[in-house]
Design a protein around this ligand. Sequence first.
Ligand code: FES
Ligand SMILES: [Fe+2]
Length: 360
Amino acid sequence: MAMQSSRKITSAPSLETIDQYYNAMRPFWHPVLPSEDLADGKLCGVELLEEPLVLARLNGQTVALQDLCRHFQARLSLGAIEKVAGSGDCIICPYHGWQYNAEGHCVRIPQLTPGRQVPREARVPAYHTQERYGLIWVCLAEKPRFPLPELPGLEDDRFLLGPIRRYPSWTASAPRVIMAALDDTHAPWVHGGLLGDRSHPEAPDHMVGRDGQYLKVQFIMLQPDNRALAGHGNDNQLREVQISTLVGMPNVIHFQIQPRDADGQQCMIIWQAVSPRRYNQTDTYWGSARNFNLSAPAYDEEFEKMQDLVREQDRRVVESQRPWLLPPFWTKLELPLRPADLPLIEYHRWLEELGISLAL
Ligand code: FES
Ligand SMILES: [Fe+2]
């Protein structure tokens, strides 16, 4: 076989490829900030698909505007919120004080010659926002491709919700972060002694299917007894664990985890929603919920410590993967195995159909 240079795989994608990726990701709902991080009366600048956004609560509504003033492109998020007569709460640009309403229309320009109208072009894009599951979500396209995913257990009184956790960004693309969560055969290698066991590297028998906007995967695997399992007690014991995974395409993943030896109703939920700040920079919001040990505090320090360790174990491997953006499935650049990697194969195929995995 002819030797090929790996430069095309390891170098940054072209600007065209990055733009294609961003355009393909725009029609989805992406989490941008935990709700509790946006205080009333405060502005918050975030980035989504390299689009700068200013978030604010104006007249009781959460809004996301492009964070570039139409005048001379200063960051609106450096400004302030003030009430403007006839327009309600407005965002005031820090540079020359142009005032924008919740729809992104400039309603007042302090320097305007008396009697002149605010130009019609004096506006910035306003994007769809909603708040759910403790997060603020934004869609950058005019029409979202799918509604926000319905995540079982997170709005259910029978479950106790853990806190939403934030971590420093991973230097990786969003699909690679989701794939790391969807990939179970790495558990004995990356998370040996925690989520897998090296003497049992065999792949589980996965049931994989699509249902509307969801990829669904079910399987049983052997895990060392760990803090996420109902009836946890003996660290040295291996237990059969049933895992039901739901991927809200393309950026939300939700697991229901039930040890087979515990009461069948006891369930731990772990979920994550990823925020693609840039093609190679991804934030992940993590949450959990459980319907057992309800009298113990929702925040379980030992469980969170274990999750932190698992995430750190994943991070170094995921950050090492190239190319940055997933190549199209058909290029066969990667070599997924059947049936072991079926969940990843199906996810990857679907990303290709959505235009999210692209030419190199
Ligand atoms: S740059 Fe915003 S008002 Fe001038
Ligand atoms: Fe992992």
